[in-house]
Design a protein around this ligand. Structure first.
Ligand code: MF3
Ligand code: CO
Ligand code: CO
Length: 279
């Protein structure tokens, strides 16, 4: 039902990998490439922590992200991606994902997801975290914390022999236990030498369903969790997704690789700042 193919790192000048629906199984060189790309993305999210304050614009954050990526020897994957013209996504409060950086200053009490993808030597490191802007109400903090727990509970299920549905079920169970909802319209994704590849990584589902996880698979887990209902609405800019009921939404994302015994998180925070407000 699902096709798995072993891939080796492509030589410079070789044709680009294609999205042909197969699930790619990568070798040691792939893990090494993902480690480098993932690390720079995570370092950038670490470096943003003191900068995300009331009064700062998301356009200024975007400039900083682009500069840090280029200085670190990477390329922003989102710059020019399907017409997106920024180096990160900034999704504030009821924005679910793909918020476009702009000149509006962040306000005290906002929660904002910053999502970055760095390309190094063709490998993609895709990760996002929530940042608390100034004094954030407890209701929003709680959502942020539970969303992080959802991501990590999903990652715990990411090991050989399990299926994607096991990851999804762990996330959904935890979110719904807190009376939150799991967004259905956007998923995690395979990645590697492509930004978005098979398989689709759903964040709500039944145990024992979906593709089996095998060593060498690389994918993101990136649950979007709402305080209200899961329905989303697209804004006229064609990118910004918001909650239909305008309830708050939070998201965390890691890029991981399945190993023989479990998984490796390529985008772990070198400074232990994955939840900056708790550090
Ligand atoms: N980084 C996002 C993801 O997690 C994708 C952003 S695509 C963009 O898959 F064009 F909106 F930037
Ligand atoms: Co992603
Ligand atoms: Co992302």
């Amino acid at each position: 039902m699902y096709d798995y193919v072993s891939v080796t790192t492509r030589e410079p000048g070789a044709p680009s990998p294609v999205r042909d629906g197969t699930i790619k199984l990568h070798d040691a060189a792939g893990f090494d490439g993902m480690r480098r790309a993932g690390r720079l993305s995570a370092e950038i999210l670490d470096a943003l922590v003191p900068f995300v304050q009331p009064g700062v614009t998301t356009a200024a954050i975007d400039d900083l992200v682009r500069t840090m990526m280029l200085d670190g020897g990477g390329i922003p994957a989102t710059l020019g991606y399907r017409g997106f013209t920024h180096s990160c996504c900034t999704s504030i409060n009821h924005v679910v994902c793909h918020g476009i950086p702009d000149d509006k200053p962040l306000r005290d009490g906002d929660i904002v997801n910053i999502d970055v993808t760095t390309i190094i030597d063709g490998w993609h490191g895709d990760t996002s975290r929530m940042y608390l802007v100034g004094d954030v109400p407890i209701k929003a903090r709680r959502l942020v914390e539970v969303t992080y727990e959802c991501l990590m509970l999903g990652i715990e299920q990411a090991k050989p022999g399990n299926r994607m549905g096991d990851v999804a079920h762990a996330i959904q169970t935890h979110a719904e236990k807190h009376r939150y909802s799991v967004v259905r319209d956007f998923c995690g994704h395979g990645l590697g030498q492509m930004f978005h590849d098979a398989p689709e990584v759903v964040h709500a589902g039944r145990p024992g369903t979906g593709p089996e996880l095998r060593p060498g698979m690389f994918f993101t887990i990136e649950p979007m969790i709402n305080t209200g209902k899961f329905a989303v609405k697209m804004l006229a800019d064609g990118w910004t997704a918001v909650t239909r009921d305008r309830s708050l939404s939070a998201q965390y994302e890691h890029s991981i690789g399945i190993t023989e015994t479990g998984c490796e998180i390529f985008t772990a925070s070198p400074k232990g700042l994955h939840q900056p407000h708790l550090a």
